[in-house]
Design a binder for this molecule. Sequence first.
Ligand SMILES: [Zn+2]
Length: 497
Amino acid sequence: MSKYVFYITITRRRGVNIYNWWIFCRDSETNLLIICVETTSFDLIFWYREVDLILAKLSHMQTRAPDDPTVREFTATVTGIDGQTVTLDHTYFYAESGGQPPDIGTLDDISVTDVQSTGDVVEHTLASTPTFEVGEDVTGVIDDEFRTYCMRAHTASHLIYGAGRRILTDLGYGGFGIDSEKIRVDFTTTTSINDETLIELERLTNRAIWESRNVTWETVPTTEATAREDVAFNTKTEEGVMSDADSIRIVEIDGWDVAACGGTHVANTNAVGPVTILDRSNPGEGMTRVEFAVGPTGIDRRATQHRALRETAIALETSITDLSDRAIALRNERDELESQVNDLEAKIIDSAIADFDSIQTDTAVWRVGSITEISVAANDAGEAAKRALESSPGIDDKKPPHGSVIAIVGTSERPFVVVAADDASDVNAGAVIDELTDRYGGGGGGGPSFAQGGGLDTSASTVRSTLREWDQSSPWWWYHVLIRFSGANNSIIFDIE
Ligand SMILES: [Zn+2]
């Protein structure tokens, strides 16, 4: 943006001379700019510097980072300062766009904390108000480590997309983002991406890196780019690229992938280094997000996983390759043993219940006790009580009051209690639990044949005693009398509760 000529034309309007200063300028790429400044006196002086500044502001200046991504230091002229925001006549700082974060670095040793493109100019935000002024030359230095990371990350995303082209059906680009630890690529595909797919994506990607494929970029007419079926477009992340109706930037990995992209890339895939896929998720309908890492995060993750595999193989006395067979065999063995233990425990519990004292009352044959041989959870005790009830011989005809009730009381500090009552008894298990929880706190409930409660605020022995004396507080015949009265008069005479 330095070659320009200007002419003056003089016209006379209403007796006044009008001077039109015409500036013709061809910028470094293609654009011819024509600027006209109208003055009413001839002595307006255009300093070359001022013309430069006007032209720079009008030239729709974009970052040069994508086209020359290896530039780390440059000199530019300051065209504007607004507080801590600075614009330059040209810049190699990457402005945040398309999922790639802005560059960091310095302008004349002042930290650049943010770089954004307004569409016309690139605004550099500084950590402090600059000491330089508009029109001065400044030195821009781009943080090499971060930019190099972004170049590798961006190229890696194209590599993974290229790998996806080979194994995923109806592949589309959904989004992209780089952060300091990891990178994400969102795919749309009809293929369900499982762990095996991720492993294959990673393997193909690293193979393409090893194959040292050239990476090139060029700006082509949009019509030409959109006509090519092999170009991946991401209308979300490539807004900057797509918004220019005339031309579009294409990034091509030789023989692997072609995509519309405005980011910074390495020139050969071998500069990407190892790529490690970290995870996958579903950010939305029909979308799969693949998270991956380049550099230390990925390398460290692999070391962690390799170490864990080695340690697991040693612990299981096998090799890494035989690990899954060994794990499956152990799991089957464990299941077998667990089943045997469950059977044995059930036998111990059944035997303990069979040893409970039988109490013949007016409503049922009660068997009340606690299991002290092994630790039993409330649910297991409940199942055991139901089982014992089924195998309970009861007494002769199993008519009231000769049905059976099994009550098991836990032995923990705030004990549980389970009650199973068969139909031949006159005991409502749910009512027993309600009464116990009313009296001792805790909670629970159930129906007539089975109920359980827990958290009783008393000792197991107190609960056992209460249950053993249960029928003395509510004789069975009293209920029968009330019910008969009720039935005979075809209406409820007494409230049974
Ligand atoms: Zn890219």
